[in-house]
Design a protein around this ligand. Structure first.
Ligand code: ADP
Ligand code: MG
Length: 697
């Protein structure tokens, strides 16, 4: 039997361990740092480092690493052992406060967007004591922030922590206006739902596109897809179920609250959701979870695909970022209560969020922008690239009544009668969930649904925290000096809802009508990464980030460059992979099949002119024509890659070209390739089919 409470967090240097192992004054000093952001002095750091090392050694660790989140999109680590020479041929195991607090990895190979002079390659990592260290595979992992020698941040954690500080400060100001003077800190919480695919490792190994790019670049549809909806919430196959069990155990060891798991819509697609926690920890946990998903899959001869669109024709994978704000006194600020119309404090926060989403649609879109996610947004399986807020009927009616200055009696929560005595009566939200909204209010939180499955959720949360902080600041500035705060707040809420009404949409976001309606409303529809990124350094955004001290102008410009470059590089790898597959496998294989058909036809004819060879003739003619066409498209793609290279001095033009020209070439090439696959005998086709990939586990 597995003792889950004992297993839970057993690989984490968590609060219990600290309490047990640190001298009391040291523990207290550390807690002060964690809660109030005070700097640690050397003696405290040394004592903590010592306790950590002793604990880590007991957990089988020989090394430690500063674990950070550079702009590559994945986590980075450099392992150092604990050994120090001790006399002749002997070693000691040591770990100092200095080593815990600060690392100096070579930063030259991490993206920096031209921020750092090339002669200065040094970078710094700095311990983030608010996210606990953990022991994994013989190494002590220390979550850290990453910055350049000159102090510009080069990672996702630092701006996230800055944004959390910002929203805390402004939310506290607002709460004090409502008399909540016992509140001195507000934290944002996040619960990310993670989707992924599992496919057989042997099948994966036979697909260069999956190996190099994480998605299939060729592949004709299988006879069956997701049309029967028989996978969603379906019973879980044995091998997958074994994997999920092991996955939970692993995640629990690291203190990750893995809670819900089920099959998703597409064949071979699944989801896992942890219980929410503080944003900063939720981000680290999600990064670790993605790593553990991949590693655990290996044990079952499976591969976990985290790409947003591994397969055409079936749903891709996303990540729902459930976000809320709560106080150090335990109040969730997004809880509307029984009668939201009377809950002015809630309405102020709601209005700030609605205004934030409207004014910074571009930044929210940018925060989820990736080459992989471009395949999903607007493709009838995920929200379109248009931001809007869903409030639900009840809250929407509240908002409308406020706009019109009328009173409204909320329906509140109702009991749901299932008509069967033995079933308990369920509490029902006053409105059903809207599954198509990109930014939906779901009772006590907002669910941001545009994120791609591979994303680091820090990006989205940096933006949500910062834009909401900005609006709360504006509100607090306005309300702090008025006599009648309540009356002024009421007016402010009404005015805000009126001004930002256009961003609220409760209908079907997947419909074509919405795209037209949104255009009429003047909402942005930024369909691709380069299109979205153009807005990154707009004046209002520079102002937002610099005034809130989340990014300097230089850091923002650097990020813009890095994102564009990452995008272009990714598409370039995809294009090169396609060319490789086309030339080395597909053209030779189809040619071989054509030859076989030709030989057969010739042999038949030699035997007797009466034997019909019309089938072979038709296929040979058809496929030969397509081969010419296919090879022409390969050449076109190659030529366009050369043209792209000539634009590389101007990152925006470079990325635009990959988006508009190279990507279009790839689609055209794929169409012919997939068409040929449907006409080629399986034994000649060089790769496992969609059917084998999607139904092969
Ligand atoms: P659904 O699929 O209906 O959206 P799930 O139960 O799969 O619901 O996921 C809901 C997620 O929202 C969970 O991760 C849950 O912990 C999270 N959540 C609940 N309350 C909050 C909150 N106050 N702040 C952040 N996340 C929350
Ligand atoms: Mg959800």
């Amino acid at each position: 039997m597995i003792n889950v409470p004992e297993l839970f967090g057993s690989s984490v240097f968590n609060d219990d361990v600290m309490k047990e192992r640190l001298p009391k004054p040291i523990y207290k000093a550390l807690k002060k740092t964690i809660h109030d952001g005070e700097t640690l002095d050397d003696s405290v750091a040394n004592a903590v480092a010592h306790a950590m090392k002793e604990w880590a050694i007991e957990k089988g660790c020989t090394h430690f690493t500063h674990w950070f989140q550079p702009l590559t999109g994945i986590t980075a680590e450099k392992h150092d052992s604990f050994i120090t020479p001790d006399g002749d041929d002997k070693v000691l195991m040591t770990f100092s406060g200095k080593e815990l607090i600060k690392g100096e990895p070579d930063a030259s190979s991490f993206p920096n967007g031209g921020i750092r002079a090339t002669f200065e390659a040094r970078g710094y990592t700095a311990w983030d004591p608010t996210s606990p260290a953990f022991a994994r595979d013989g190494t002590l992992y220390i979550p850290t922030a990453f910055a350049s020698y000159t102090g510009e941040v080069l990672d996702k954690k630092t701006p996230l922590l800055r944004s959390m500080e910002r929203i805390s400060k402004e939310a506290v100001r607002v709460l004090h206006l409502f008399g909540k003077t016992d509140v001195n800190r507000v934290v944002t919480t996040v619960g990310p739902e993670q989707e992924y695919f599992l496919i057989d490792k042997d099948i994966y190994d036979a697909r260069p596109d999956l190996i190099y790019t994480g998605r299939t670049l060729f592949g004709a549809k299988a006879p069956k897809g997701q049309e029967l909806d028989d996978h969603y919430f379906g019973s879980i196959k044995t091998r997958v179920s074994e994997f999920m069990k092991e996955l939970d155990l692993e995640l629990w060891k690291y203190g990750i609250y893995a809670k819900t798991k089920h099959n998703e819509v597409a064949p071979s697609q699944h989801e896992i959701a942890p219980i929410f926690t503080t944003t900063n920890v939720a981000v680290d946990h999600n990064e670790l979870m993605m790593e553990i998903l991949k590693k655990t899959a290996e044990k079952f001869n499976l591969v976990c695909l985290l790409h947003e669109k591994p397969f055409a024709g079936v749903n891709g994978s996303g990540k729902h970022n459930n976000w809320s704000i709560s106080t150090n006194t335990g109040e969730n600020l997004l809880k509307p209560g029984k009668n939201p119309a009377e809950n002015l404090q809630f309405l102020v926060f709601l209005a700030a969020i609605v205004k934030a989403v409207d004014e910074y649609q571009d930044l929210l879109r940018i925060s989820v922008a990736s080459a992989g996610n471009d395949h999903r947004l607007g493709a009838n399986e995920a929200p379109p690239a248009i931001l809007s807020v869903f409030l639900g009927d009840d809250l929407d009616a509240v908002v409308h009544s406020i706009e019109e200055g009328e009173s409204y009696e909320s329906e509140g929560m109702e009991d749901m009668d299932l008509g069967v005595e033995v079933l308990p009566s369920l509490r029902m939200d006053t409105t059903d969930r809207n599954r198509t909204s990109p930014f939906a209010f779901t009772g006590n939180r907002f669910e941001f649904r545009m994120l791609g499955s591979a994303a680091n959720i820090a990006s989205a949360n940096i933006i949500i925290n910062t834009i909401v902080a900005e609006e709360l600041k504006e509100f607090a500035d306005r309300l702090e000096n008025v006599k009648d705060v309540k009356a002024a707040a009421k007016r402010l809420v009404a005015r805000t809802f009126k001004q930002h009404d256009r961003i609220i949409f409760n209908g079907d976001n997947y419909s074509d009508e919405w795209v037209k309606e949104a255009e009429r409303r003047g909402l942005l529809n930024l369909k691709s990464v380069p299109m979205a990124l153009k807005h990154f350094t707009a004046e209002k955004n520079v102002k937002l980030f610099t005034e809130n001290e989340v990014f300097t102008k230089e850091e923002l410009e650097a990020r813009y460059e890095v994102e564009l470059e990452n995008y272009a590089k990714l598409i370039n790898i995809e294009a090169l992979t396609m060319i490789d597959m086309a030339k080395k496998d597909i053209i030779p294989s189809v040619t071989e099949y054509v030859r076989e058909l030709t030989d057969t036809a010739l042999a038949k004819q030699a035997l007797s002119a009466d034997i019909p060879v019309s089938l072979e003739t038709k296929l040979v003619t058809d496929l030969s024509r397509k081969l010419v066409c296919f090879s022409d498209k390969v050449t076109e793609l190659e030529n366009d890659l050369i043209k792209a290279g000539e634009l590389s001095d101007d990152m925006q033009a470079y990325a635009d070209f990959f988006c508009d020209v190279v990507f279009a070439d790839m689609q055209a090439l794929r169409a012919i390739g997939d068409d040929m696959e449907t006409q080629t005998a399986s034994e000649y086709w060089p790769y496992p089919s969609y059917g084998e990939m999607l139904f092969g586990v």
